[in-house]
Ligand binder design. Structure first.
Ligand SMILES: [Zn+2]
Ligand SMILES: [Zn+2]
Length: 306
């Protein structure tokens, strides 16, 4: 009887993280009334075009709590209802600049509805209703923002890709020794991958532009310092750094982090993480500043794994 009871209440009181995904479609326009038409166009590019443009947003909500007697952190239909009532029901098929007063640019308090400003605003509106621990908002598959709560900065990630060949071998070792260490990857003429690169930056959100940093400047840095020099190359021969250093996924990710760290500081953000995916089966992640922040990679993984 005692055993029956303990099975029925399995896990009760133990904590768990749950995630829920919700989608909405909305439009926005980057246009500050205090700037001239030319300045808006120069600053925000095509995002300044009238009357705006839209995205299919995907929101991932992470929540934590202890299991109840029913084996749940929260009742999922209540979670669904709260997200719909507080977020998606208010934003779906709406023009974000007008949907919420936080984005009313006619007043001095309003800010542009960027991905990072939107995810922070969603946090503020949702936190009274759900025990949220992390939010992720995808504006598109290659651009998303994470928010872990006040007073944390926001995290913005852009995804890009390049194709390159490499060979894993240490010059001081024999072919046989290299094959023992690196297997097929040590074969003499190399092989190639379509690499996916996720660059995550951290920073405060500008109260007016809603941005962690100038997104197009960030994209330019990644294009100029990573994609352009690496794409369609044989890394060992064409990128001088890899003449001396074996281009494993780990070493490539570290080298990308070293190339980007200082230039990203110059545009006002901090490089937080580089994730390099070599194939669907393997990836390397470098956390550029985790020791300084005293946070664990696991904090981000709660939203990353879905
Ligand atoms: Zn947009
Ligand atoms: Zn390889």
């Amino acid at each position: 009887m005692t055993e029956m009871k303990s099975i029925a209440r399995h896990g009760q009181g133990r904590s768990c993280v749950i995630t829920r995904r919700a989608c909405f479609s909305a439009s926005h326009r980057y246009w500050l009334p205090e700037l001239s038409a030319d300045d808006n166009a120069a600053r925000f590019g095509p995002c300044s075009f009238a009357p705006g443009h839209g995205h299919n947003y995907e929101l991932i909500v992470s929540m934590a709590g202890d299991l109840d007697a029913h084996g749940m952190v929260l009742n999922l239909s209540e979670v669904k209802h709260a997200i719909r009532a507080e977020v998606t029901g208010q934003l779906d098929f709406r023009f974000l600049n007008e949907a919420w007063p936080e984005f009313d640019l006619s007043g001095p308090e309003g800010c542009l509805p960027t991905t990072e400003a939107l995810v922070r605003t969603i946090w503020h509106r949702l936190r009274a209703h759900l025990p949220i621990t992390a939010l992720r908002l995808y504006e598109q598959p290659g651009l998303w923002a994470d928010y872990l709560g006040d007073p944390m900065d926001a995290f913005l990630t852009i995804r890009t890709h390049f194709a390159a060949a490499h060979r894993l071998a240490r010059p001081e070792l024999s072919q046989e020794e290299n094959e023992q260490i690196y297997g097929k990857c040590a074969r003499p003429h190399g092989h190639g991958h379509n690499y996916l690169v996720d660059i995550t930056v951290r920073g405060g959100i500008d109260p007016r532009t809603g941005m962690v940093c100038d997104l197009s400047a960030l994209q330019r840095l990644v294009d100029d310092l990573v994609v352009e020099p690496f794409d369609h190359t044989f890394l060992n021969k064409d990128v001088p750094f890899f003449a001396e250093c074996v281009p494993t996924a780990e070493n490539i990710a570290l080298h990308i982090a070293d190339r980007l760290s200082t230039p990203i500081k110059a545009i006002g953000a901090h490089l937080h993480k580089v994730r390099l995916q070599e194939s669907p089966n393997n990836a390397a992640e470098v956390y550029a500043e985790v020791p300084q922040l005293e946070m664990l990679p696991a904090v981000m993984d709660a939203v990353a794994a879905i």
